[in-house]
Each structure stands twice: as C-alpha cells, then as structure tokens.
Design a protein around this ligand. Structure first.
Ligand code: PDD
Length: 281
C-alpha cells in the first residue's frame, strides 16, 4: 500500500513519523475519514469544511491547500486501486523535536500530515445492514469538545471493546440520561414516523453523513426532530439507526437487550440507507 506522509507518497513500510510528533505524544491531531464508493469520494467538501473547523478550533493551520488535499486523496485512491473503501487523513500539530505541554510556534513547527487508504470491497452491500446492529449503552465520559474531530479515541475504543465483550456491535454513549452518539457514529431513533436525533452542539461530532441523511429525509417529506432523546425513549422507539462515513446508514435493532419493533431493520432506516447509497453512486 502506498501512503502519504508530509509531502511524499511512499510504500507503507517506508513511512516515518517522529517519536516527538505531538499527534503521537499528546493526541494533538485531528482527522477525517472519507468513504470511497465505486472509486468516488463521498461528501468530500463536507469533510474538508469540518477539517478546517477542527483545525481552527485548535489554532492549527492546514499544511496543504484544499486543491492539494483533494489531489492527494484522488492520487492515493488511484495508486492503491481503491474501488470501495476509505481514505484516512490526519493532521497533527507537528514535531517540535521534544516533549513539551505548550504548543510550538506555528511559524517554526509546521503541521504534520498523513493519509492512507483502506480497501473495503462491497462496502455498500454489508450483511450487517441486513441484520442490523445490537448496541449497549455506556456512560459518556469523553471530554467536552466532541465537535472537534481529534484522535483522542481511547474511550471510544474501550466502548467498542465493551460492546464486543457483551457480544454486540457497538455502544451508545449516555450523558444525564440522554444519548449523545455512538462510539464512532451519530445516533437516531424513529417514533411514530418522526426521526429524532440529537441537536448539534459541542456534545457530539457534527457528522457529515448526518447532514446528508437529514437533508435526504426532509426532501422525502419525512419529519425530523433535532433534540436530545433519553435512553428510555430509545428503548421504546419503533426503530433506530446510526450514521457515519464508514457505515452509511446502519439500522439498530436492539438496545441493552431490548428489541426494537419486530427486531428487524425498520422501514425508515432501510429507506434512508437506500437513498443515501443511491445518491452517493
Ligand atoms: N467516525 N460521531 C463520532 C464520535 C464519530 O467518530 C463519527 C465518525 C461520527 C460520524 O461522522 P461522519 O458521518 O462525518 O463520519 C459521529 C469516523 C467514521 C471514524 O472515526 O472512523
């Protein structure tokens, strides 16, 4: 596999990042994951806009221009022959050459940048989407700026492991009785035909797939309510689902062992998944 590191396309075995890189030492880095379907990048302008927002919230600059970033994405997809899969992009505050809590002077230390691809053949026709995910709920003990897409992913990884240990697919984070989001996705319930998902704030990541799916839902005359919902409401919902760049729209059929509706993927989730994939092709 060919990866991109600080200006160079190199075989992954030859890629090097400093041990003093702040992304490595301090999780001082932001990232984006863009899906590739049939060789095409999905929602790239949205991911680019969110990258800029994450960078600016942390006082970081972009190491390359937007046009260069798009070119690097396309180049990597082509070089690695990716048909279905994803492109991972990470921008770090760079390598100050030592470990220090204060940020280095941006005029002296340039941001670092790494991109790689992952091939996922048949991304759009996942067997998991036909069965739906089962989730457990766990406390949301992440920091308060979940709207910034940083690489501080230890707790989400622990959440995924708790889900795995429980024999299910994912965990939904709960704070003050209300669902924030999934470990790496936005969460939704459907009740009486209304689609309910948490409103945007620093409590959740502003999903790019969320924005697209809500737009499609409204265009299809579905009712969308952007507000926080409780875990209890979720367990009494007719159906549920999650969205993310890598899972698209994924039905959720069980929460903490409580089956939703018939226990099969619901009609709203199924329809939105179909629309999202159709519009992305
Ligand atoms: N995760 N919420 C969290 C906490 C996320 O990590 C993600 C994305 C989302 C969905 O955002 P989007 O629709 O823009 O992918 C919501 C990516 C896919 C990941 O970490 O792999």
């Amino acid at each position: 596999r060919i990866v991109y590191v600080n200006g160079d396309f190199v075989p992954e075995e030859e890629a090097k990042v400093s041990v003093f890189d702040r992304g490595f030492l301090m999780a001082d880095a932001v990232y984006e994951v863009t899906s590739v379907l049939g060789g095409k990048l999905l929602d790239f302008p949205g991911h680019l806009a969110r990258l800029h927002r994450s960078l600016s919230e942390l006082g970081m600059g972009s190491p390359v221009t937007d046009a260069e970033l798009l070119a690097i994405h396309r180049d990597l997809v082509a070089r690695n022959g990716i048909v279905d899969g994803l492109v991972y992009l990470q921008v770090t505050r760079g390598n100050p050459g030592d470990r220090d809590f204060t940020f280095p002077d941006p005029a002296v230390v340039k941001p670092g940048i790494v991109l790689f691809t992952q091939s996922k053949p048949g991304l759009a026709d996942s067997p998991a989407a036909r069965a739906g995910w089962r989730v457990i709920s766990i406390p949301d003990i992440r920091w308060g700026r979940r709207d910034i897409k940083t690489v501080q992913l230890l707790y989400p990884s622990m959440g995924k492991m708790m889900a795995k240990k429980a024999g299910v697919d994912d965990a939904w984070f709960v704070e003050e009785g209300k669902v924030t989001e999934g470990t790496s996705n936005n969460a939704y319930i459907v009740k009486g035909g209304r689609i309910i998902t948490r409103d945007l704030s620093s409590d959740i990541l502003h999903g790019i797939t969320r924005a697209a799916v809500l737009r499609f839902a409204r265009e299809a005359q579905m009712t969308v309510e952007e507000r926080a919902f409780t875990l209890e409401e979720a367990k009494e919902a007719d159906e549920a689902f999650i969205t993310s760049a890598s899972a698209f729209v994924m039905p959720v059929v069980e929460i903490d062992g409580v089956r939703l509706g018939s226990g099969a993927p619901g009609p709203v989730a199924t329809r939105l998944r179909d629309i999202y994939i159709e519009e992305s092709r």
